[in-house]
Structures are given as structure tokens and as C-alpha cells.
Design a protein around this ligand. Structure first.
Ligand SMILES: Cc1ncc(COP(=O)(O)O)c(C=O)c1O
Length: 278
């Protein structure tokens, strides 16, 4: 079946979608994005994704305004692509738009808005058995809190994980664990959930936020603090969390077993509570 996408106000076949080579998304990676998961047509934490998108747009001074219209666009994309009765994702990208190549932000440019829907099943084997990760120095910029489409460092780092047969790459900046290339990192030590505090060094992950809410509701202590790479190996349980990865246990770091070599008790509890919410 042909894929229907959304581009600047119209729903069209993907092969008919055309974006100017002058688009600043193409020239400068001057754009922001979101990925929202739909469980059988129902968006998970839609308001949180919209709030984060609004903030990303503000931070890069992108003038796109019609956030209120996005929900119906996404629903139509799911319908057009027969993805209402399954687990799907919607990808949305908003760039500053097409303009003569200048380094400053030009005035009066219409943002480019592109969205598509895709099947996004849960990675059940990973959720059940856990994954291996590698670690690498965090080579990204200092505004990781903005969900920018400039993901070359993330893809370079993730590619190394794939080449090593691993499922993610955990990032280390100045000796401390920040997050992973496309997921948040949470750990458990002596019953306490530990994760990097919100700052310019990490994306404010929605799944991370949900996990912390589950902890608060269930009296699981949380410490939002940066922990060292050394501590990473000493944790009882390790989790990567994200819209796509949901709550995935980590059972191996580089060549060392992580935690108790199998998904831990708190991880299992968080998974159960998470899937109850979706
Ligand atoms: C760098 C990074 N950190 C964390 C996350 C997890 O965020 P969320 O839970 O909102 O999907 C993502 C998701 O794409 C990401 O790219």
C-alpha cells in the first residue's frame, strides 16, 4: 500500500512529497522533531510531547504556531495508512523553511511541516530478556535538551553499538552518564532509581518522566543525580527508556554483565506499571 504523508497542509503520497533543496532543514539541520507512540490509535502522553515540541521551537526561535492542529493531522495519518488498530509511531519534523542560504535566521520564512506514521511494535524480546549496550564519550553539543534533527553524532554513536551487536550506546560526559543515543538511562541501586537530572546535557525524555511518576506513586525513592561510568557497572539494575524502547532492561555493558545479568525486580515492576498506562 502506498504511504500517505503530511507536508505543509496536505496529505499526499510519499513519492509525490517534495521539499526544496533550499530548506534549512536540509542545509543546516535547522529543525526540531517529535516522535509520538500510538497504542491502538491512542496517543501516549500527547500533551507532554506537544509541550516539549513547543519548547524546542521556542529555543531555536522557530515561529511555527499551529500546535493545536497537530493532533487531527496525526489521527488522519494513522487512518490513511491503516495504523489505527495497531501500535504505531508518528514522526513530526518542523524546519525553519526554505530560504536563500544565510547563516542568520531569515525573517518571513514559512516553516516546513512534515509528518508520517509508521508501525512501531514493542520490541518484546528486548523487553523480556534485556539488551547489551556499549559506552562511548558523549560527543554531542551542549543543547541536548532541544529535540533537534541534527542527529549525526547520535547516529555515529548508535552505529557503533550496532556494529558491536549492541542495542544502545550509553553516553559519558566528563566521566558521568548522561543518557543514550535515542533513549534515557535509569539505574537502580539498593532500591533507589537514579537518573541524570534535567539539564542542557540530556533530552527531557517523556518515558523518563513517566518512570519517575510511577516511582513517586509507588514510594520508590528517586535520586536525580549524575552518576559516574564506574558506578554504572556497580548498579543493581539498568534501564534504557524511550518512546520506542519503552522500558528496556540492560543486562550487559560492553563486555561486562550488568546488574544481576538479568532484568531486575524494580525494572519488572516499572514495566508492568508502564504497560498498564498505555
Ligand atoms: C537523546 C534522547 N534521549 C532520550 C530519548 C527518550 O525520550 P522519549 O522518552 O521522550 O522518547 C530520546 C528519544 O528519542 C532521545 O533521542
Amino acid at each position: 500500500m502506498s504511504e500517505v504523508v503530511y507536508l505543509n497542509g496536505t496529505f499526499i503520497l510519499k513519492e509525490k512529497a517534495a521539499i526544496s533543496p533550499d530548506d534549512r532543514g536540509f542545509i543546516f539541520a535547522d529543525g526540531v522533531y517529535e516522535v509520538i507512540k500510538y497504542y491502538n490509535g491512542k496517543p501516549f502522553r500527547f500533551a507532554d510531547h506537544l509541550e516539549r515540541l513547543e519548547r524546542s521551537l521556542q529555543e531555536v526561535q522557530n515561529g511555527f504556531e499551529d500546535l493545536a492542529g497537530l493532533g487531527s493531522i496525526f489521527s488522519k495519518l494513522l487512518e490513511e495508512n491503516n495504523l489505527v488498530k495497531t501500535h504505531a509511531g508518528v514522526y513530526l519534523q518542523i524546519t525553519r523553511g526554505a530560504n536563500k542560504r544565510v547563516h542568520h535566521f531569515p525573517e518571513g520564512v514559512q516553516p516546513t511541516v512534515y509528518a508520517f506514521a509508521f508501525t512501531l511494535p514493542s520490541f518484546t524480546e528486548n523487553l523480556e530478556k534485556g539488551i547489551k549496550v556499549i559506552t562511548h564519550e558523549d560527543i554531542r553539543w551542549l543543547r541536548c535538551d532541544i529535540k533537534s534533527v541534527a542527529l549525526l553524532p547520535n547516529t555515529m554513536l548508535y552505529n557503533q553499538a550496532v556494529e558491536a551487536g549492541a542495542g544502545e550506546c550509553i553516553l559519558i560526559r566528563n566521566g558521568k552518564v548522561t543518557e543514550a543515543t535515542h533513549s534515557s538511562v535509569l539505574a537502580v541501586k539498593n532500591g533507589t532509581v537514579i537518573t541524570h537530572p534535567l539539564s542542557n546535557l540530556i533530552l527531557p525524555g517523556i518515558t523518563r518522566k513517566v518512570v519517575l511518576e510511577i516511582c513517586a506513586e509507588n514510594n520508590i525513592p528517586v535520586e536525580e543525580r549524575a552518576f559516574s561510568e564506574h558506578e554504572l557497572y556497580e548498579m543493581d539494575e539498568l534501564i534504557i527508556a524511550g518512546t520506542g524502547s519503552e522500558i528496556t532492561p540492560v543486562i550487559r555493558i560492553n563486555d561486562t554483565p550488568a546488574g544481576n545479568k538479568k532484568p531486575g525486580e524494580i525494572t519488572r515492576f516499572l514495566q508492568r506499571k508502564f504497560f498498564y498506562l498505555v
